[in-house]
Design a protein around this ligand. Structure first.
Ligand code: GTP
Ligand code: SPV
Ligand code: MN
Length: 594
């Protein structure tokens, strides 16, 4: 083996020794340390084009952009192959797959032995969080995938700034990623939070392979946050500016493919002239208590890995603009003139396309042209709605926390919690229909507490306790709400138009916080009446709105039964305060039964 160390000047012993150790195990032909430069990007993109992993798109239609077609068996996160490997199974808890650390390391080492022979091993140092922020953290991902390197370059502050920030420190997240042969039988995404380490093998897909994202910034970081008194959450962060010019910040947790990217950059409806939404983050928030007793949020990421289908110039004009250049598209369809296409982009598809698998496609083909979980990777600097505080080292102060799921029934358009504990209860009992973002059935309601079911790196009961405890530290806690953009009428259609119109609901939240709006108390929380919402210019009929805001006793009886089952599964770690809330709710729902 000849190891071509391109960067002899790396002084961090812990880093160079760890890289050498992984190189001895995987025996690559060469080791390349990534610096994050423009020249490096061009060189790697050219390599990827040569190997067929990237297809250049039209320089006129999508300048600086590429299409990647993944292996058809590797198109989404694989939750059944994702493990939290803590020394004790109790620490991973009943909602995580667990395997013992020593055995798991041994198994993975076995798989990785000689696995990079004939290939290049890339060392990708990256910063999560704004540069210069006291909350930022360094990770290093070792990978044999050029596609991963190019995506990491968009998603994180990658290369030289990370090495500069790291200096001689040893507390970086160690991520090992190896593509192997993409055989699902040799695919595992393993987390060792006690070692600040991740080993991901056998998948090239986003959340499985871009280790900065779900693996580090959520699973490992949530564990760190618990120990250090902060929260790592699956949340967007947005700034909402009123016509008077004051901006309030909202953090919102929705499960995968349930509307975070869209809400984070929404375009207000015409009736809300002068209102503006600014994006701080679209997927992950790190939340800490500031000296002023408020909760402050930073977005650890530097780009967006967003869902393509359904994105169009009406639903999300900002997204359409930002993916117009310097983006990587994964598993979308390609037009004959080198542009991209996906379901929900235009009403009528073009006559001819190449589908996500590279096959000729026409409107009569039957199959979807783009994979339902096809994605774009775009630098946040491309976003026309980017907040001036997206790179602010201190982050932004949060006025409201919003939880939301994808529910065809039961959950009204919006609910306000009675207090922090009730808000935590609402988050903890969230349900949502599964989506194409994870492998497996789509459209099945499951409990997905705080949208963190697949991402919490420790025992879910302890996580709830940590949330409850945070109240003591936050002198001025944000108000907690619950939303559902996805309730359906008897005709099977969404009751609420969603997208930009969601601003009407955010506005009601701010008015509640300021004591300007009214609501009705129900057993499950405070719900607006139709007349409490500003619906000017919306042609949704009053009875559909009433249906969307209804709290129905029979639906809630089923809901609390499902919650009880989930709480039982969590066992002894479940905080008594949430059990109490639950009992109270069951009683008032049963009391309300006719
Ligand atoms: P992840 O990146 O997987 O974490 O997803 P996300 O929460 O950022 O979801 P995203 O905003 O990408 O939306 C996912 C899908 O839901 C897309 O197809 C959107 O078009 C659709 N969607 C988003 N917001 C709304 C809404 O308000 N109403 C309706 N009906 N659909 C929406
Ligand atoms: C999600 O699934 O919630 C995503 C995409 O944001 S991934 O990066 O694959 O996790
Ligand atoms: Mn996500």
């Amino acid at each position: 083996m000849t190891l071509k160390e391109e960067r002899n000047e790396i002084k961090n012993r812990a880093l160079t020794e760890w890289v050498a150790e992984i190189a001895r195990l995987t025996t690559p032909d060469q080791v390349v340390w990534c610096d994050g430069s423009e020249a490096e990007k061009d060189r790697l993109a050219a390599l990827a084009v040569k190997s067929g992993s990237l297809i250049p798109l039209s320089p006129q239609k999508k300048p600086g952009s590429f299409l990647h077609r993944s292996d058809p068996n590797d198109v989404a996160r694989t939750e059944h192959l994702t493990f939290v490997c803590t020394p004790s199974q109790r620490d991973a808890g009943p909602t995580n797959n667990w395997s013992p650390p020593d055995q798991t390391y041994a198994k993975l080492r076995g798989w990785l032995k000689g696995s990079m022979r004939g290939r290049t091993m890339y060392v990708v140092p990256y910063v999560m969080g704004p540069l210069g922020s006291p909350f930022a953290k360094v990770g290093v991902e070792i990978t044999d995938s050029v596609y991963v390197v190019l995506n990491m370059r968009i998603m994180t502050r990658m290369g030289a700034p990370a090495l500069a920030m790291l200096g001689e420190r040893e507390d970086f997240c160690r991520g090992v990623h190896c593509t192997l042969d993409l055989n699902p039988d040799r695919r595992l995404i393993c987390h060792f939070p006690q070692d600040n380490a991740i080993w991901s093998v056998g998948s090239g897909y986003g959340g499985n392979a871009l280790l900065s994202k779900k693996c580090f910034a959520l699973r490992i970081a949530s564990w760190q946050g618990r120990g250090e008194g902060w929260l790592a959450e699956h949340m967007l962060i947005l700034g909402l500016q009123s016509p008077a010019g004051d901006t309030r910040y909202i953090a919102a947790a929705f499960p995968s493919a349930c509307g975070k990217t869209n809400l984070a950059m929404l375009t207000p409806p015409a009736e809300f002239a002068g209102w503006k939404v600014f994006t701080v983050g679209d997927d992950i928030a790190w939340l800490r208590v500031g000296d002023d007793g408020r909760l402050w949020a930073v977005n650890p990421e530097n780009g967006y890995f967003g869902v393509a289908p359904g994105t169009n110039s009406h639903s999300n004009p900002n997204a359409m603009k930002m993916v117009g250049h310097d983006s990587i598209f994964t598993n979308v369809a390609m037009t004959t003139d080198g542009d991209v296409w996906w379901e929900g982009m235009e009403t009528a598809p073009p006559e001819k396309l190449i589908d996500w698998r590279g096959r000729p496609w026409n409107p009569g083909s039957g199959d979807k042209a783009a994979h339902p979980n096809s994605r774009f990777t775009t630098p946040m600097a491309n976003n026309p709605a980017l907040s001036p505080h997206a790179n602010d080292p201190q982050g932004v102060p949060i006025s409201a926390i919003v939880f939301g799921g994808r529910r065809a029934t039961t959950m009204p358009l919006v609910l306000e919690s009675q207090n922090w504990t009730h808000g935590v209860y609402l988050g903890a009992t969230m349900g949502s229909e599964t989506t194409a973002a994870a492998a497996g059935a789509v459209g099945v309601v499951r409990r997905d507490p705080m949208a963190m079911l697949p991402f919490c790196g420790y025992n879910m009961g302890d996580y709830f306790a940590h949330w409850l405890q945070m109240e003591g530290a936050i002198k001025n806690p944000p108000r907690i709400f619950m939303v559902n953009w996805f309730r359906k009428g008897s005709d099977g259609k969404f009751l609420w138009p969603g997208f930009g119109e969601n601003l009407r609901v955010l506005k009601w939240m701010l008015d509640r916080i300021d004591g300007r709006a009214t609501a009705t108390d129900t057993p499950v929380g405070r719900v607006p009446r139709v007349e409490d919402l500003n619906l000017h210019g919306l042609d949704t009929a009053g009875d559909r709105m009433r249906e969307d805001l209804a709290v129905k006793t029979d639906e809630w009886s089923a809901e609390v039964a499902s919650t009880a089952e989930f709480f039982d599964k969590l066992g002894p770690a479940m905080p008594p305060a949430l059990r109490d809330k639950h009992r109270g709710l069951v009683n008032s729902i049963n009391g309300a039964r006719p």
